[in-house]
Write a protein that binds this ligand. Sequence first.
Ligand code: AMP
Length: 288
Amino acid sequence: MTEVVTTVEGLRVALRRRRHGGSVGLVPTMGALHAGHAALIRRARAEMETVVVSVFVNPTQFGPAEDFATYPRDLPGDCAEAEANGADLVFAPSVAEVYPAPDSVRVAVGGLARRLEGAARPGHFDGVATVVTKLFGAVGCDVAYFGEKDYQQLRLVVQLVRELFLPVEIRAVPIVREPDGLALSSRNRRLSPAARCVAPGLYRALCVGRAEVEGGERDPTRVASAIAASLPRTTEEVPVEVDYAVCVDPETLETPPEVTGPVRLLVAARVGGIRLIDNLAASPPEAA
Ligand code: AMP
């Protein structure tokens, strides 16, 4: 039976009761759990003695014009999904529990956090770094699981843990996709039927970029242009606004002078008003 706790104190009591010196794994989520989250939970279940799933829609990572208020929330559904995938505990705190003194403490991040998502969503990664640091402190986990779906977030968290000497190991889980290639996301449920038909175009454009890299294209800006040119176009029914399409170093997320090893291809676009992100690994023929 999965136990649901809503306070840090309750979480610690529950962990003390369950933990017998074994490992604790954390899967941080914002809820509205789907098969992508389930893959993280199952991986944690296979590797850890105790598995904690946090469900918290973190207000500090949303901009003032973003969808914090309308972000999908379904705690009963999330608890059922967490239980079905073997979680021991669901930690679902209130905003007041996580931020007892709002604005008093923030983790500020620069470097790779300023580019791409960070440029499109100012302050977003400070919010992510702050909540991740708080969750690691609250849970005291040995390992935390993050999806490659939010690739820049994953790189940022790896850097955060390294720079703050946090005693947590970060493990990455590959992207889970729909049969038509659309990366699973809680926001997909807000796509109109017409926008849902257009949305897999992001993945198809990334595949075009990967084919370029695998075909020997060594100029990252030409790879990025090939992706951009393949992205869905605005129609009368579904407006598409592209934020970025890039071919970057998989660790620094900077554009390399030349593609001589593995790269990461990333896109972000608003499809029918819903902001979607996706990414894909690619390697040139000599590195494959
Ligand atoms: P979120 O609830 O959107 O904050 O996501 C929580 C965690 O699940 C993050 O580490 C995401 O990268 C991961 N995640 C979300 N969607 C997917 C997916 N389609 N495949 C793999 N991981 C995912």
